[in-house]
Write a protein that binds this ligand. Structure first.
Ligand SMILES: [Mn+2]
Length: 494
């Protein structure tokens, strides 16, 4: 039986065979939406194959974390959504006989190979846009089902029993992971990801269709759906409570039912068309560029087995929920949700997301109230310990465009790292986050270079993407760092 991605089939089968040979497996995964779904996919595949396992999560798979894994008495370690970039360190432990690694990842591999290494980049598939960690784990899961004795009996051969027997039902989680990894940011999933979507549709766990790309179609009341949707800024609606409401009231639509605001997911197709076309008309009349307007519509990924009106039904809302658990280091909660724990874990995840949103708006208020300092080419603020380092970058990005915070310069934010207190040492490190806009990137901005070079110049390190990047720098070297960053950004933007 062929897996979803033929190029990866041979390697996936070898990895799966190795897992089946193990008495038990330690499953180690990254803490974010992609890593959590990766772990959930691998966990279910191992369970169904009858392989005992235990799961651990790491924010960063550094030397220390790998050493800790090596001291456990597991002989086989399955790494998902990380491991490739750390193969140099992992390889040393492999050589020492500490464990055999089986890696399902999509990040750039370190300069070292290992036998059981499943990564799209090794087979000419783009790991940034075509396959996520969850996708690689899904390919592994499909291979595991293929070679292990199926535990699921062919009970009457129903479609869902078959899907479960060959792990195709896990395609839904793979899509949540890919969406969480921003692989659908062009409007739809592409390449290898599309093959996985197709399997999910066939297995009856996914539905796709053209829809508004606005976030919150399942859970947000209609006026909030429009007001909070700021990816494509529509004057008089985005960030405009009264405007969004007025816009909807002018449409002659039943906005409330039983005294409650209706949600997008509950509208009929005709009602959806009414709102969507009015929205496009408004955008055109207010001069929103045609390219931006195109972004209002894209492919939506619906998890058809989840209840309508819950965040679990929409791949992007599902992944946001998972990211909220990850950001507050509650991987146990995120994994629980992925594994189908719909009471305890789901409620805790929702609470984390509510608190996360509260923290974001408190952070944005703080930045807007206290303002930023403008250098020639960048602007910056120092949050100290008043904004968590895990969200300060998002806050910085969202504050852009508010009073006194320009959208024509990248913004740089400092925050104290929360995990430094243990040793109470002298060498306190600061987390630095930077955000730009796509317009700035088109003009030459590459924040991964700015953050990387400026941080290394002061004894730190950093990197990331052109539009969003991060770094760690020693406390006390902020102004020196800013001088470098301002100079590099200036060179890029001329
Ligand atoms: Mn990933």
């Amino acid at each position: 039986m062929a897996g979803p991605i033929p190029e990866l089939e041979g390697r996936a089968t070898r990895c799966a065979r190795r897992l089946c040979e193990a008495d038990r497996v330690l499953l180690a995964s990254h803490i974010d939406a992609d890593g959590l779904t990766s772990a959930a996919i691998a966990a279910q595949a191992l369970e169904r194959a009858g392989i005992p396992f235990e799961t651990v999560f790491e924010k960063q798979l550094d030397e220390e974390a790998i050493a800790a894994i090596a001291t456990t008495d597991y002989d086989t370690v399955c790494f998902t959504d990380f491991g490739s970039g750390q193969l140099d360190i992992i390889g040393e432990h492999e050589d020492a006989g500490d464990f055999t690694p089986v890696v399902a990842d999509h990040h750039q591999p370190a300069d070292r190979e290992t036998e059981y290494h499943l990564n799209p980049l090794l087979f000419g598939i783009d790991g940034a846009s075509e396959l996520s960690g969850a996708g690689a784990s899904y390919v592994l899961a499909r291979a595991l089902a293929d070679i292990s004795e199926p535990e699921v009996a062919t009970d009457g051969g129903t479609a869902s029993a078959t899907a479960r027997a060959d792990n195709r039902d896990l395609a839904a989680l793979a899509v949540v992971g890919a969406v969480g990894d921003m692989q659908a940011s062009g409007g739809k999933l592409e390449g290898a990801n599309e093959e996985i979507v197709e399997e999910g549709v066939e297995a009856g766990v996914l539905e796709t269709g053209k829809d508004l790309t606005l976030y919150g179609k399942q859970t947000r009341p209609l006026p909030k759906l429009l007001e909070y949707a700021t990816d494509v800024h529509i004057p008089g609606i985005s960030n405009d409570q009264a405007g969004a409401l007025q816009f909807l009231e002018d449409l002659d639509l039943e906005l409330k039912r039983d005294g409650e605001w209706r949600r997008w997911s509950g509208l009929t197709n005709e009602e959806k068309r009414t709102v969507a076309s009015a929205l496009v008309k408004r955008a055109v009349s207010r001069g929103v560029p045609a390219k931006k307007i195109d972004n209002l519509v894209g492919t939506a990924y619906v998890l058809s087995e989840e209840p309508v009106g819950t965040e679990l039904r929409d791949a992007s809302e599902f992944s946001t929920l998972l990211n909220a658990t990850a950001r507050y280091e509650r991987a146990d909660v995120g994994l629980g949700v992925c594994l189908g724990n719909r009471e305890g874990a789901l409620e805790r995840a929702r609470t984390l997301l509510r608190n996360h949103r509260r923290n974001l708006s408190a952070g944005i208020d703080l930045v807007t109230r206290e303002g930023v300092t403008h250098e020639e080419h960048i602007q910056w603020f120092h949050a100290g310990d008043r904004i968590r380092e895990t969200i300060v970058g998002i806050v910085a990005g969202m504050a852009m465009g508010n009073d006194g915070v320009s959208r024509s310069k990248p913004i740089v934010a400092f925050a104290e790292k929360s995990d430094e207190s243990e040793d109470g040492g002298e060498d306190v490190e600061l987390k630095v986050s930077a955000r730009g806009t796509h317009a700035l990137v088109r003009n030459g901005l590459d924040l991964s270079v700015v953050m990387g070079e400026a941080s290394r110049a002061v004894g730190g390190d950093g990197g990331g993407h052109d539009v969003a990047a991060g770094a760690t720098v020693p406390k006390g070297r902020e102004s020196e760092f800013l001088e470098h960053a301002d100079e590099i950004a200036g060179e890029q933007l001329t």
